[in-house]
Design a binder for this molecule. Structure first.
Ligand SMILES: [Zn+2]
Ligand SMILES: [Zn+2]
Length: 304
């Protein structure tokens, strides 16, 4: 998986800071996660091809996560896009997009397909042979979801020396990789476990913004299995913890607590309030709970 942070600051963009947007590459899919103001400019700055984006996942209907969406949709039309664009987000997102297009007497020549979310329990909203996407209910001032992106399970690994030992024809290799046993001409059945080993576990990325400290996030992630990378918002430092509940946000230490409880491999912090001059304290406070903490920075790439 390859994650590029396009913007990772809270509230409003300025000349140095962009608000939330990311691109995630998984097995050939290029997914856009949130679409803050100026996202189309940031995409161009990082030379990300617009034609590769077919799925956009919106966490919630706050301006710092969604104000770039209609502009991007209109630019797609100017670029003569023909392929459908799938948009996943809270109930109301369709009206948010369509009412703006209508007000501007604008339209698209390509299909816009909305999947509006309103459940408060995790649900699978996309699945193909490369990727599965599940919602992660969050606790914010308004209805919000995180998203879990999981690679589809891989085929079992063929133990070539074993297979050749039994003189098994190549034509059977695919079914062996899918877990089938093999019946030899002699009538002897060879169990699949003897011919294959487990594939590497599917890679997983959990994107969680915006949210107050909410332990059910960790409970959900822990049940699923090992999460390689968790992005968790950290709007505040402990000195402003009293602002978390009224605003529906978290501190860096609370993000670290969620990472520890979910037993993830790596934590990325983001959605920083611009009131703070430097970010080292976010790492320090998160590491009270969880050592392997990293900072999102606009433009930074994470690969795993
Ligand atoms: Zn926000
Ligand atoms: Zn918000």
């Amino acid at each position: 998986m390859r994650l590029q942070i396009l913007g990772c600051w809270a509230a409003a963009p300025n000349s140095k800071h962009r608000t939330t947007s990311q691109v995630l590459e998984v097995n050939g899919h290029l997914l856009l996660l949130d679409c803050a103001e100026a996202t189309q400019i940031t995409l161009r700055q990082h030379r990300i091809k617009f034609t590769r984006i077919h799925h956009i996942f919106i966490s919630h209907l706050h301006g710092d996560h969604v104000l770039g969406l209609v502009g991007l949709i209109m630019t797609f039309r100017m670029l003569n896009r023909a392929k459908p664009l799938h948009i996943y987000g809270p109930k109301g997102i369709k009206n948010f997009v369509c009412s703006q297009l209508k007000s501007l007497s604008a339209y698209t020549d390509y299909p816009l397909i909305f999947k509006e979310l309103e459940r408060n329990a995790p649900e699978v909203i996309f699945e193909d042979n490369k990727l599965k996407v599940t919602t992660i209910p969050l606790k914010h001032r308004i209805y919000a979801n995180g998203y879990l992106f999981e690679e589809a399970p891989k085929d079992r690994k063929l133990l070539l020396s074993k297979v050749l030992n039994y003189n098994i024809d190549k034509a059977y290799f695919n079914s062996i990789k899918k877990g089938k046993d093999i019946l030899l001409d002699s009538g002897v059945c060879i169990k699949n476990e003897e011919l294959t080993e487990d594939p590497p576990p599917p890679k997983r990325y959990a994107f969680c913004t915006d949210t107050a400290y909410y332990p059910p996030i960790a409970e959900q992630l822990k049940k699923i299995g090992t999460i390689d990378v968790l992005y968790h918002e950290a709007t505040f430092l402990n000195s402003h913890e009293h602002l978390c509940i009224p605003t529906g946000h978290s501190t860096a230490q609370q993000a670290g607590k969620i990472a520890k409880a979910a037993a993830v491999k790596q934590l990325i912090l983001g959605h920083y309030s611009t009131r703070y001059g430097h970010l080292q304290a976010f790492i320090d406070e998160s590491q009270i709970e969880f050592e392997n903490t990293h900072l999102a920075i606009d433009g930074k790439v994470f690969e795993w």
